[in-house]
Unconditional design. Structure first.
Length: 190
């Protein structure tokens, strides 16, 4: 967004500052380091870590280590798991085919985007393929909020079979659901 109104621009800056202080994928969790591997400096010679059973394994550029209790700690561990020789052997990865496995590539993957929208595919799979789908959307997700999910479902053009109703857990409202064309169940949680 590039607001031309100064008051709007200031309000947007304030909002973005406040949003930067929360874990956007799950706003109720503690803010943690995002455990993805940053771009590696060419001069970096790598880091050694223990591979177990007395082995040392050379890794190129491990991600920053988040605190143990953070939701991203598993991502951190996945870097070492994916780069361990025993894992590569078990998965049948040809030696030398991939120098270093990283979780996110930050836009540097060599592919061409040739599909502008996948909506037609979603429509065909559900309507013509006979598949039913559960679409989950939590209201604590600031990256893909439930309004975006609802807009995507509306774009499929299916009729609403059952309008919004509460669903319950232990006698309490746990969220809401709607059924679209008897094929999609959109479930929100709170």
């Amino acid at each position: 967004m590039f607001p031309t109104n100064d008051l709007c621009a200031q309000a947007l800056d304030d909002f973005n500052h406040l949003l930067s202080e929360v874990q956007q994928a799950q706003i109720l969790l503690d803010t943690c380091v995002f455990a993805s591997t940053p771009a590696r400096p060419e001069a970096d010679s790598g880091t050694e870590y223990s591979g177990g059973a007395g082995r040392r394994i050379l890794v190129g550029n491990p991600p920053p280590r988040p605190p143990f209790g953070c939701v991203t700690y598993g991502y951190y561990l996945s870097y070492f798991w994916a780069n361990a020789e025993v894992t590569r052997n078990a998965l049948g990865i040809k030696e030398g085919s991939v120098e270093e496995w990283v979780r996110c590539h930050n836009g540097d993957l060599p592919y061409t985007i040739d599909l502008r929208s996948s909506i037609e595919y979603h429509r065909n799979v559900t309507a013509n393929g006979g598949y039913r789908a559960l679409v989950y959307s939590g209201d604590h997700d600031a990256l893909v909020p439930h309004l975006g999910t609802q807009a995507w479902i509306r774009s499929l053009g299916f009729p609403v079979a059952h309008h919004w109703r509460a669903w319950h857990l232990h006698g309490q409202s746990a969220g809401y659901h709607t059924i679209v064309a008897s094929l999609l169940l959109l479930l929100t949680s709170r």
